[in-house]
Design a binder for this molecule. Structure first.
Ligand SMILES: Nc1ncnc2c1ncn2[C@@H]1O[C@H](COP(=O)(O)OP(=O)(O)O)[C@@H](O)[C@H]1O
Ligand SMILES: [Mg+2]
Length: 462
């Protein structure tokens, strides 16, 4: 049953949760990489801009106006500070208007003219490198005029990019570390989430076959709709079973009673009539009534057995006493056909856990077959013995024997080719084998040793 359920289940909730957790975590690690790189870049750019700004101011401070032009003292200490983060390239230029005074030619100039207090920062391409630049304006007296000198200082930022990349990489390793630590935690959490479902399933599975009470197992709020649906279902099942039970018992009563009344009336009419034509008609009528009464009984017995199969509560019963009473009840039929009924082993009690009604119906069907398929003056032997924890009741007849071929005679409505004009519905052995299966036993029908048939019902003892 479990295997079948497992095959029907489409997916594992646990596996799905694990995969979702892993995919989301990996996504978070990638996001962490980019976020950390962005933040590290911004932080180191801000600090490097401060150094670059100080450097451009100190370059500006190194400009002196001489009588015959300008002099520039380059502050090499400042430049070495700029290269401190790695091997950076440094460029500078001094421009008056569009004229280059000294430094690198065509160094990108700021969009807005900077004032002489705070430098302007910008980024641009120069000589195949990405540069971070700072510019400041200095006013100098040159040729008796105050002139504005724009001092520009640029540097590559290889070191900064490398640091940002390293920081982001470390963040990824840390993220992956957390991920590995989180996997067992996630598994534990998933198990904790699924445990109430397992518990609920266990509580429902542990119930006995009669337990059709509503499920009151404490469940988390999320499972309340499931439990509600389950309880609705149980209530409907209870209703349907009640209906089936009422139907079986009412039908048994309301069909059998009028049928036996009709039969009695027909028998009386047959006894009172001397007209041969009417008598023949009445005989046909009696036969038809007998047949329908027999099939009604078997159909209802079968319904009863099916209904009880997963419902009955096994009580200790005396198999021998039950067999004796069924034998007594068929004795008149046997006498009518001059068949001798013998029994051995029925005098000692034989306790088995069983449903008395079901076993009685099974025994009646086995004996009914033995009588039906026996010749007059024959003999039927009923033997009860116990062996290996099983009670075995065998019914041997000396009748016409089993048909050739391997038809499953216990199938519903299946009759053998040996039946001739013997009436029957083909439900008898179905009922017997279902009763045997419901009790954990088995039913075997085999040819008799010399002639006839031997039917054996095996039922486990307590
Ligand atoms: N004691 C028996 N002797 C010979 N054949 C039997 C015997 N019991 C059962 N069978 C065969 O098994 C078939 C199925 O039996 P059953 O289910 O009781 O149906 P039914 O008795 O109504 O025909 C019978 O039709 C018959 O062919
Ligand atoms: Mg039968």
């Amino acid at each position: 049953m479990r295997a079948v359920l497992a095959r029907q289940a489409g997916f594992s909730l646990r596996r799905r949760l694990v995969w979702q957790f892993l995919a989301l975590s990996l996504l978070l690690v990638v996001a962490l990489f980019f976020a950390v790189r962005f933040a590290a870049e911004r932080a180191s750019r801000a600090s490097q801009d401060a150094i670059l700004g100080a450097a451009v101011i100190s370059v500006g401070d190194g400009i002196r106006a001489l009588d015959d032009g300008l002099a520039l003292d380059l502050p090499y200490a400042t430049f070495s500070m700029l290269g401190a983060m790695g091997d950076e390239r440094i460029f500078y230029s001094l421009m008056i208007g569009t004229r280059l005074v000294t430094g690198y030619d065509a160094l990108p100039q700021p969009q807005t003219t900077p004032d002489d207090l705070s430098p302007v920062f910008y980024s641009n391409e120069y000589k195949d490198s990405r540069l971070r630049l700072a510019a400041i304006t200095r006013r100098v007296l040159l040729d008796d005029k105050v002139q504005e000198v724009v001092v520009t200082l640029g540097q590559t930022r290889y070191g900064q990019a490398a640091i940002a990349r390293d920081t982001a990489r470390s963040a990824v390793w840390i993220g992956l570390g957390f991920l590995i630590l989180a996997v067992p935690l996630a598994l534990w959490a998933i198990r904790a989430v699924i445990r109430p479902v397992d518990r609920l399933a266990g509580a429902v599975a542990r119930r006995g076959p009669h337990d059709l009470r509503a499920v009151r197992h404490p469940t988390p709020r999320e499972l309340v709709p499931l439990v509600g649906a389950l309880n609705d279902f149980i209530a409907r099942l209870r209703g349907a079973l009640k209906l089936a039970e009422t139907f079986i018992f009412e039908a048994a009563h309301r069909i059998r009673t009028p049928l036996s009344l009709v039969r009695t009336e027909a028998e009386i009419a047959l006894a009172e009539t001397s007209d041969e034509a009417t008598r023949a008609r009445l005989r046909r009528m009696l036969r038809a009534i007998g047949e329908s009464s027999r099939s009604a009984t078997q159909i209802l017995d079968h319904a009863m057995v099916l209904y009880r199969s997963d419902q009955f509560s096994a009580a200790e019963i005396d198999f021998a006493a039950l067999a004796r009473s069924v034998l007594r009840s068929v004795q008149p039929i046997a006498e009518m056909r001059d068949i001798e009924l013998r029994d051995t082993g029925l005098e000692h009690p034989c306790q088995i856990p069983a449903d008395e009604r079901m076993i009685e119906v099974a025994l009646r069907n086995i004996l009914d077959n033995a009588l039906k398929y026996s010749h007059s003056d024959g003999r039927i032997t009923v033997t009860l013995q116990t062996q290996a924890g099983m009670a075995e009741l065998s019914v041997k007849d000396e009748g016409k024997g089993l048909p050739d071929g391997d038809t499953d005679l216990t199938a519903r409505f299946q009759r053998g080719s040996n039946v001739g004009d013997v009436v029957g519905s083909g439900l008898g052995l179905t009922i017997v084998s279902e009763v045997a299966a419901a009790h954990g036993g088995k039913f075997v029908l085999e040819p008799g040793k010399e002639k006839g048939t031997c039917a054996t019902l095996f039922l486990p003892q307590s």
